[in-house]
Each structure stands twice: as C-alpha cells, then as structure tokens.
Design a protein around this ligand. Structure first.
Ligand code: AMP
Length: 191
C-alpha cells in the first residue's frame, strides 16, 4: 500500500493532478473538499454547518473531517493505497492520520507539496469559480481568507512531514503535463 498526501494552497492543482495520479498509480482518491461538498449539498443539518464554514473560506472542525476520513478509509481499505487531497490541513489532523493509518497497518509514504505563488493562485481560483460555480472560488476576499488560513493553519503540516523525512516540494507552475511529469518523477523516486 502506497499512500500519498497531495498538498498545497487552494488553486495549486491538487484535484486536477490527483485525477491523473490515481489513474497512473491505481490509488483511491480521498478529497475532503469533495466529501464536505457532498454533505453540504445533501441539505442535512450537518451540511448547513459545513456550508457556513466553506462559503467563508474557513476550515471545518478537525473532528468532523476526521470522522469522514475514517469512514472512507475503512470502506476502501482493500485498494492499492490512497491519495489524500486536502487532508491533513492542520497539524492535529496530521497526527490523527498517522495514528488512524497505524490501526490499519499503513502509513503516509510521501507528502507532495505543489508550490505556486499567490498571484497565480488567485488568478486560477477566480477562473475556476466562473466555471464551477463554487461560491468560495468567486469572491476575492474569500479567496484571500483561504490563502491566509493555509498560511496560518495548514503550512505547519509541512514541518510535521519534514521531520518524518517524507516531504517533497514540486514546482506547480507550468502545463498540466509538465507538472504531472515532475510529480511522477518525485513519486517514482520514493516508491
Ligand atoms: P478544497 O476542495 O480542498 O479546496 O476544500 C474546500 C473547503 O472545504 C475548504 O476551504 C475548507 O472549508 C473545507 N475543507 C476541506 N478539507 C478540509 C480539512 N481537511 N479540514 C478542514 N476543512 C476542510
């Protein structure tokens, strides 16, 4: 089982590149953003709470996301491994993930961080918002808040994996093919 965390600020290409990675490496895609958006759409009470947080660009509480991740991993455990997209987003989630994977005799093998500068992120997110209709991609202030949240709460996760010797940074600027090639070179050097 080979488990990867695809990491990076909003708009760095995690979701897009995940689709290619799962196909090539036969991994199961676990996107917490997708799971949360599905819950949000369901109209449940929990979905309403999630909507309020996502639409403002704030993080959903750790325990709520962890519960979804645990259910997903348990239901899909027989695969070749997972690509965690958008998770962990806090150091607490990272420590929780280590512990949870240990329970199923697995581990994170690599955190692959897509590096893209802020102006480019904003451009990409606004362009995506005009197509996808995602409320959190359509408003510049909310985009800025998401980037701020990334810096304050999510970036410390990098040091967590650096300390474990499992961090790799990848230049996320270029064509989709160019970035994918860099990603594959990195994964192959860790496999
Ligand atoms: P994403 O699709 O990964 O950009 O996530 C969209 C939104 O979902 C984020 O801005 C957060 O509000 C929420 N979200 C996704 N993943 C997490 C997570 N691991 N922890 C907390 N909130 C999350």
């Amino acid at each position: 089982m080979f488990n990867i965390v695809i990491f990076g600020p909003p708009g760095s290409g995690k979701g897009t590149q995940s689709e290619r990675i799962i196909e090539k490496y036969q991994l199961k895609h676990l996107s917490t953003g997708d799971l949360l958006r599905a819950e949000k759409k369901s109209g449940s009470k929990l979905g309403e709470q999630i909507k309020a947080l996502i639409d403002q660009g704030n993080l959903v509480p750790d325990a709520m996301v962890e519960q979804m991740v645990r259910a997903f991993v348990i239901n899909n455990e027989k695969g070749y491994g997972f690509i965690f997209d958008g998770f962990p987003r806090t150091v607490k989630q990272a420590a929780w993930l280590q512990q949870m994977l240990k329970e199923v005799s697995a581990d994170v093998d690599l955190l692959l961080s897509l590096e893209v500068e802020e102006e480019e992120l904003k451009k990409r997110l606004l362009a995506r918002g005009s197509i996808s209709g995602r409320a959190d991609d359509q408003n510049e202030q909310i985009i800025e808040n998401r980037i701020k949240v990334y810096h304050s709460q999510t970036m410390p996760v990098i040091d967590f994996y650096k300390d474990l010797g499992k961090f790799a940074g990848v230049n996320g600027v270029g064509s989709l093919d160019e970035v994918f090639e860099r990603i594959c070179d990195t994964i192959d050097s860790y496999k």
